[in-house]
Design a protein around this ligand. Structure first.
Ligand code: ADP
Ligand code: MG
Length: 699
């Protein structure tokens, strides 16, 4: 083994630990000294000062150690329990772990344990219920904790537990800390009350006080925010530096002419966003704006406004929808509004016949076509515009930065790029949008157009399912239609978690709840034709109830559908439930949404009750983020989308704002971070986000 002074942050742990330890840590992704330092505790817990059993104080949290002298597994009730007796030289402690039969391997007679828990008395006996335990080394006892301390709890595995990691870290940390350089200047840190990076790591791994755990977390969270925000600001500066978009003029006259095309007055929310967009489009700085608006808030006319602004200046625009169905819907709506105008609009999708396609592509190249509506895929390939000024991407509900269309504006000038607007009903919580989409400006269409009847939402347990289906039946008998949404397509195999499936619900409807009514099923495994045919029949009122998976989340617009029942609603995220619910309440009739669920956790219950109270998609999304956390929201697959290990955008809102302001000021002063004192910062920034943000070739 090398001496301590020989280590560097990239020294493999195999060189400083036993092969076994190194292998165990490698399983956790911890392979070298630097990574070990970065392997942060998930939380800290209080390790109380130890006392002998005799001195444990009833009613307080206490810690004591002793030898297990008797063990009794009790297999009664649901999870059973494990009882044990612990003795030291002063007395006896009775311990019970409910649902603790799994401990039977570890808690055996003769084993020495340290237990921490609330001390209770039962008659003459001293007792702890469900204490935390630590099996002590039988040969070399751990030192007694005299004063109590805050102790790190690490992400661990079956092979290596948190206590073992703690010991390894304690051994390596002192040498490693000396090697950690800070990427933030001292004065900058001091102003913001942030400890140095080395101090922050020390405080996380070996805090002296609870306060230190918080101070250090703040520093590390700040760093995560700052690095991302710097990257985003850098990207924005680059865009401004390198590209130009056509500056579109707007006069009162043009504004009036455009609005005259809309069959209604814009809502206040729409009006405000239209103004922001008009201001953006009137400069040559390429617009990158995210327009958020809840389902039904009226994003289409806002998009149309921008497209007509482009047409008025003699340029072209494109509207890209996520599905052909939606592209067709947009085309129909927009054509209707532009009836009798000179603006030339075309639809281009995968379904467009070759001849037609050729004609349209020609028209875009010559400038004969002003507006093209299509799907993302179609318009990115070979289509060449004469002068594309505005590209609008309608993402509907999908999360994530879309592969921003790489549309070429003009054949003659490489630097020219269109203004880009991304419309989304995700709804992405504001706090998250600010971080992840920080290279976009954000507009929010507040409020909904007048005349909507609010949807009444009720959470019911599966016992009370009948009430929901009774209402479904009543409504169907009145000539209305409904949806039943389920999480699975087919019944699960024995042993799998039982999910309510399409087939079972369909049979239940036909046999029990809705005999004689017309029920269809809709899910992703059906062929597209079959699915669309079913949807069409539903639209025409030839089907009463559709039993579906979440395929109906977007684009389904049937005003006569007034009730939705969601089975096992706790399996869906709030944002998703909100989108689903958006399928009803589309006409003047009052609508209902039943969420059937038997949530087993407090969090699950809280989530669903939020649905009863709120129809505001943004509020719901923000709550979802608070309750489930970012990883859940994005799913593990898109881990790259959740770029923080420590920071939590909702909880750390203020820190996020601080980092945003700091990043903006920093990049303003030094756009490429190329000063010598910034090199370390720049290196860490590129490593963390260079690829994600496409910053590869800076400076
Ligand atoms: P989304 O934001 O979900 O894309 P749409 O643009 O499809 O919403 O609009 C939803 C419905 O509201 C459409 O039927 C549209 O005609 C209508 N609508 C939009 N704006 C207004 C308004 N200002 N006043 C009345 N109805 C409106
Ligand atoms: Mg829309």
């Amino acid at each position: 083994m090398p001496k301590e002074r020989d280590i560097s942050l990239v020294t493999p742990l195999a060189e400083v630990l036993t092969p076994r330890q190194a292998a165990q840590l490698a399983e956790l992704g911890v392979t070298n000294v630097g990574r070990l330092v970065a392997h942060l505790p998930m939380r800290h817990e209080r390790l109380e000062a130890e006392s002998v059993i005799e001195n444990l104080k009833a009613g307080a949290i206490g810690t004591a150690r002793g030898e297990v002298t008797a063990v009794r597994p009790v297999r009664s009730g649901r999870g059973g329990r494990l009882e044990a007796v612990l003795m030291d030289e002063t007395g006896r402690l009775d311990v019970v772990w409910f649902n603790g039969l799994y401990l039977v391997e570890r808690v055996r007679p003769g084993v020495r344990l340290r237990v921490t828990g609330k001390v209770q008395t039962r008659g003459p006996q001293t007792q702890m219920i469900n204490p935390k335990i630590e099996v002590l080394n039988p040969i070399k006892d751990e030192p007694v904790e005299k004063d109590g301390r805050w102790r790190p709890v690490y992400p661990a595995s079956e092979e290596i537990n948190s206590a073992a990691i703690e010991k390894i870290v304690a051994k390596i940390l002192p040498g490693a800390l000396a090697l950690i350089e800070d990427h933030l200047p001292e004065a900058f840190r001091k102003e913001r009350d942030l400890p140095s990076l080395a101090e922050a790591y020390r405080m996380q791994h070996a805090p002296l006080t609870e306060h230190e755990t918080k101070v250090s977390r703040r520093r590390l969270a700040y760093d995560e925010f700052l690095l991302l925000q710097l990257g985003v600001a850098m990207k924005r500066a680059q865009l401004r530096e390198r590209s130009r978009a056509p500056a579109l003029g707007i006069s009162d006259e043009v504004d009036k002419r455009i609005r005259a095309r809309f069959p209604y007055t814009l809502t206040k929310g729409q009006d405000a966003v239209v103004k922001e967009i008009a201001a953006d489009l009137s400069t040559w700085i390429p617009t990158n704006r995210l327009v958020q608006g809840d389902v039904g808030s009226g994003k289409t006319v806002v998009a149309l406004y921008a497209m007509l602004m482009s047409a008025a200046s003699g340029h072209q625009s494109a509207l890209l929808a996520p599905t052909e169905l939606l592209a067709e819907q947009h085309f129909a709506n927009i054509t209707r509004m532009l009836e009798g105008s000179r603006v030339k609009v075309e639809l281009l999708t995968g379904g467009t016949p070759d001849k037609e396609r050729e004609r349209i592509v020609g028209g875009l190249a010559s400038g004969a076509i002003d507006i093209v509506i299509g799907t993302h895929a179609i318009l990115t390939e070979d289509v060449q515009f004469k002068s594309l000024a505005v590209a609008i991407i309608d993402e509907q509900h999908r999360f994530g930065v879309s592969q921003r269309a790489t549309l070429r504006t003009s054949a003659s000038d490489e630097r020219m790029t269109p203004h880009v607007l991304v419309m989304t009903a995700t709804p992405i919580p504001r706090s998250l949008a600010m971080t992840l989409f920080g290279d976009l400006d954000i507009s929010v269409i507040e409020g909904l157009p007048p005349g909507r009847t609010p949807i009444v939402t009720k959470v019911v347990s599966s016992h009370d399912r009948r009430a929901a289906y009774a209402e479904l039946r009543e409504r169907v008998e009145r000539g209305e239609q409904g949806y039943v949404v389920v999480p699975a397509i087919e019944p699960g195999k024995a042993g799998e978690q039982q999910l309510v499936d399409v087939g079972t619900v369909q049979r239940a409807l036909e046999d029990i709840y809705l005999p004689g009514k017309r029920v269809a099923t809709l899910h992703g495994q059906l062929k597209r034709d079959t699915r669309e045919a079913a949807m069409e029949r539903f639209r025409l009122g030839k089907i009463d109830v559709v039993v579906a998976t979440t395929v109906i989340e977007v684009g389904v617009d049937v005003a006569n559908a007034t009730i939705m029942i969601v089975e096992q609603a706790d399996r869906f995220g709030l944002a998703q439930l909100h989108q689903l619910r958006g399928r009803v309440g589309r006409g003047a009739k009052s609508s209902a949404c039943y969420l059937i669920a038997d949530p087993t956790t407090e969090g699950g219950e809280a989530r669903l009750s939020v649905m009863e109270r709120s129809t505001d998609g943004f509020e719901l999304a923000e709550k979802d983020l608070e309750i489930r956390g970012m990883g859940e929201l994005f799913g593990t697959k898109q881990a790259g989308m959740a770029p923080f290990k420590v920071a939590e955008p909702v909880r750390d809102r203020e820190l996020l704002n601080l980092a945003r302001r700091d990043a903006a000021a920093w990049i303003k002063a030094s756009a490429t971070l190329n000063k010598p004192e910034e090199l370390l910062l720049r290196k860490r920034l590129m490593k963390a986000h260079g690829k994600f943000l496409g910053l590869g070739d800076v400076g």
